[in-house]
Write a protein that binds this ligand. Structure first.
Ligand code: ZN
Length: 437
């Protein structure tokens, strides 16, 4: 599979720090003290995963980039260049490269730092069978980011910019600027290939990737979100560059790659994150406990994944629909997002073992493997995120949580006063974070 990296950006704000270096050549140092240009780290990561046919679209100071990387042989890849002599917009080059793009390709933005499991991303794309897959992730400021709204199958329904009116409650699902794209999209998006770069009335015809190509696929069922907790961050300003450098030096960027074993804090929902009200049926009853957002922020910063695992027998009982539960979880994500905290995953068990109640959904009235105290949800998450359960925690307010955690081989923390042989006992999630190493 070919990889197209858009490396033509001028990076005007970051260039305050590096006035004489094109953005892709800005150096970053790893834990061993080895310093390489950001683009080289990225290309080496791709090469290490079998992606060694690279096309760089370049413009600003392109000679410097070409001199540095040459044909790529030195770092085990082949590199072709597309030099944009006049600005074509961030997707214009794709039309000029159309004959080289016969199959689905990776399209990456050199403006951010990332280290992700590309094969996992591509496999998801193939499994969905869409034209485009967007790499998405939760971030610490969804309220002022563009967000994507997708259906239960992951197909994107709406693409909301930060200026657009959004629903009251929404998932923290932010486009990270990495894509798998079928070249067919270029043929059906309505852009006339021959027009790109032509001058009409003194203006050059450009193409904007998001606006003219991707957004048009919303609601068609052909564009999917790939949610991942892996590290992708913009380094476009001096502040962000400093933060990214620190993460790189500390090994955080690389550690988050899902090829590497992850560790997680599994969080019970009712009574741990939000006030316990018995069976929560009404979204208005969902209220965050004090300082929970701060605690989850600390988990986010610790390198542990924050993953909710919750029994929701209200579904089997016919009291809450899947759609209503989704809305409750959207509220949870929105409220946390306002305070800068996010969840990497939400797992729920809709089942309940006892039959014979009015309004129940018979097919969900089963003995399942996911209802806590069984460890099914933790094991499923471990599969999905490559989690080492022995390095992970569960935090909950009930015996079921502690038993599920033990059955999965996790360390356990009880919010409360009872004794279920938990490893630690705490009065709130906030108190738990001191146990994270
Ligand atoms: Zn279940």
């Amino acid at each position: 599979m070919k990889t197209v990296i858009m490396a033509g950006g001028k990076g005007s704000r970051i260039s305050e720090l590096f006035p004489d270096i094109p953005k892709p050549l800005i150096p970053i140092r790893n834990a061993e003290g080895i310093e390489k240009p950001v683009l080289q780290w990225e290309i080496e990561s791709l090469a290490g995963q079998g992606f060694n046919e690279i096309i760089l679209t370049v413009s600003h100071m392109h000679e410097r980039i070409e001199d540095y990387f040459g044909n790529g042989n030195q770092i085990g890849v082949t590199i072709e260049y597309f030099v944009e002599e006049k600005p074509l917009g961030n997707a214009g080059a794709l039309f000029k490269l159309r004959n080289k793009l016969e199959e689905d390709f990776l399209l990456l933005n050199a403006d951010s730092i990332f280290d992700i499991d590309f094969n996992r991303f591509v496999n998801y794309h193939r499994q969905k069978g869409g034209l485009v897959t967007l790499f998405t992730h939760p971030n610490s400021h969804p309220y002022d980011s563009g967000v994507l709204i997708s259906d239960e199958n992951g197909a994107v329904r709406q693409w909301l910019t930060k200026e657009d009116v959004r629903p009251q409650w929404y998932r923290n699902c932010v486009n990270a600027g990495l894509h798998v794209i079928s070249p067919k999209v270029l043929d059906v998006c309505g852009v006339v290939s021959d027009d790109v770069g032509r001058e009409v009335d003194g203006k050059i015809i450009k193409v904007d990737l998001d606006r003219q190509i991707l957004k048009r696929l919303c609601g068609t069922g052909k564009m999917f979100c790939y949610d991942s907790p892996e590290y992708v961050k913009d380094m476009g300003t001096p502040d962000r560059y400093e933060a990214v450098c620190k993460d790189f030096r500390d090994g955080v960027v690389q550690a988050k790659n899902l090829k590497n074993k992850q560790k997680a804090v599994f969080l019970d929902r009712d009574g741990t994150i939000n006030h316990y009200v018995g069976f929560l049926r009404n979204i208005d009853d969902f209220v965050l406990l004090p300082s929970v957002a701060e605690a989850i922020k600390a988990i986010n910063a610790s390198g542990y994944l924050a993953i909710v695992v919750t029994n929701q027998p209200v579904i089997a009982r016919g009291e809450v629909t899947y759609k209503q539960l989704q809305e409750i979880h959207n509220k949870m994500e929105t409220l946390l997002g306002v305070e800068g905290a996010y969840l990497d995953g939400i797992y729920f068990c809709p089942h309940h073992p006892h039959k014979g109640y009015e309004g129940e959904i018979p097919e969900l009235k089963i003995q399942c493997e996911c209802r806590k105290p069984k460890p099914g949800m933790l094991q499923e998450a471990a599969q999905d995120f490559n989690i080492d359960l022995s390095q992970s925690w569960i935090v909950g307010d009930g015996e079921n949580d502690i038993r599920a955690g033990k059955a999965a081989g996790c360390r356990t923390a009880l919010v409360g006063v009872a004794d279920y042989s938990q490893d630690v006992t705490i009065s709130s999630l906030e108190e738990f974070v001191k146990y994270l190493n």
